[in-house]
Ligand binder design. Structure first.
Ligand SMILES: Nc1ncnc2c1ncn2[C@@H]1O[C@H](COP(=O)(O)OP(=O)(O)OP(=O)(O)O)[C@@H](O)[C@H]1O
Ligand SMILES: [Mg+2]
Length: 428
């Protein structure tokens, strides 16, 4: 199960294993296999999925949960109800009599680790328990691997669609793969985030759960809620329902940053602009800010505004300007004009490469991995090098260019009075 069941309200000690079954035959099958795993046979309860939901809504959920769905009229709905009462990291094995591949896929997408068709063979059951135990203990390697101080980078797109999420997932992947750091990708785009999607993972409920219950965020929570992409990369991302706003005062985000900092050697935060406006303190501990920019008029204006904001709100952070989707043909704003307008140099230029972007999406891989050996991959590697260098060095990284007003530098002075008056607002 990529997406652990996460949303719980139980308290107290968690059992290693509990089962809720519908018939004696299944109970008789599970008990001896449970004993083989060192679990109590008394943890095999009668009552199936419904009883599981009722019981777990008022008690701590186990690490491994077996539920029999045979008596459920609406398995998918009931599984979602179960997810509501399960604590982070509970690994769920479901069993049922319906042999339908669509149901199977839907159940897996809902966060079930495995679906066993009844009658269940003891060997299948044993295998399912072995896999479940591996999932439960898997993420613990994260903590053991942590021995370098955490490097924290925030990626901010100065305009929507500039490629911030693309750069964030690639940077996180490279930090793990090339820089050899255990890395967490924290996607703060709660409703529309693509952190998990871009790595072909289910986001799980960890992030939404954290926002709803910030008091529960601790090292153990992080261990269980993060979704593992590979040996060196974990993701915390969400696809929160878009029919309800996420109410938070930002404390959950801050705490997540803190816990991730302790558990990982690298943090890459996909940082939407609205979160920046709402919770500026989230940038307090960040070493590096990667600004994803484009060579357009609107992006030029907002780069100026965000750079000035960063100077006031995150003076400790080194800023890397990454120009993305750059084409060789005429652009709305030339690189030269862009640089003189923002009064500093662009650090990395990432070419527009639709083929690589499409390949990455099709493979469910970060662009840096899918675009190997391309110019784009080289530029992404450069971004990693700059990020690591910036995080390690102390002094400021800005390279000022000649100062002048935006419109004169952009050569737009001839556009008439209306644009001239806009210049005042733009350069404020
Ligand atoms: N260098 C590039 N060449 C071609 N396509 C790219 C490049 N970088 C990003 N893209 C594509 O642009 C689209 C938008 O990218 P992405 O989602 O990363 O932007 P974003 O800034 O995070 O957007 P949002 O404002 O919605 O968060 C994606 O389809 C992505 O594949
Ligand atoms: Mg994004």
């Amino acid at each position: 199960m990529n997406a652990p069941m996460n949303h719980g309200r139980g308290g107290g000690m968690r059992d290693p294993f509990t089962a809720f079954v519908c018939d004696d035959e299944t109970a008789e099958l599970i008990r001896p296999v449970a004993v083989e795993n060192g679990w109590s046979p008394e943890k095999v309860n009668k009552g199936g999925l419904r009883n599981a939901i009722q019981t777990l809504s008022v008690s701590a959920s186990p690490h491994i949960l077996f539920v029999d769905m045979s008596e459920s009229g609406d398995p998918l709905n009931d599984i979602n109800a179960l997810a509501e009462v399960c604590e982070p990291g509970t690994v769920v094995i479901a069993a049922g009599q319906v042999n339908d591949v669509r149901l199977y896929r839907d159940l897996i997408a809902s966060g079930i680790q495995e679906y066993l068709l009844k009658p269940i063979s003891p060997d299948h059951l044993r295998d399912a328990f072995v896999n479940a135990q591996m999932t439960v203990s898997g993420p613990r390697t994260v903590e053991a691997a942590t021995d370098k101080p955490n490097v924290m980078a925030a990626v901010i797109g100065v305009r929507g669609g500039a490629g911030a999420s693309t750069l964030a997932s690639s940077l996180a992947w490279l930090m793990g793969d090339k820089a050899g750091r255990s890395t967490a990708l924290l996607d703060l785009d709660i409703h529309f985030g693509t952190g998990a999607l871009s790595l072909d993972l289910e986001p799980g409920r960890g992030l939404t759960d954290a926002i709803e219950n910030p008091g529960r965020i601790d090292g153990l929570f992080i261990e269980r809620a993060m979704v593992r992409a590979n040996d060196r990369l974990c993701v915390l991302s969400a696809e929160a329902p878009i029919n309800q706003p996420m109410l938070t005062d930002g404390s959950a985000y801050f705490q997540l940053e803190e816990e991730i900092r302790h558990a990982f050697e690298g943090t890459v935060i996909d940082f939407p602009r609205n979160v920046l406006v709402q919770f500026p303190h989230l940038l307090n501990e960040v070493h590096v800010v990667v600004l994803a920019v484009e060579f357009t008029l609107a992006a030029t204006r907002d780069t100026i505004r965000i750079l000035s904001w960063l100077k006031a709100n995150a003076p400790q952070a080194r800023v890397i300007i990454a120009a993305n989707k750059v084409v060789a043909t005429a652009q709305e704003v030339s690189r030269k004009d862009f640089e003189s307008s923002i009064e500093r140099k662009v650090d990395v230029v990432l070419p527009y490469d639709a083929r690589c972007a499409a390949q990455a999406a099709k493979l469910g891989q970060p662009l840096a991995k899918a675009a190997k050996n391309s110019k784009l991959a080289q530029a992404l590697n450069q971004l990693l090098t700059l990020t690591m260098e910036s995080a390690e060095s102390e002094d400021g990284g800005e390279k000022p260019a000649e100062s002048s007003s935006l419109f004169s530098k952009l050569g737009l002075g001839a556009l008439g009075k209306k644009k001239e008056s806009a210049k005042v607002a733009l350069t404020k």
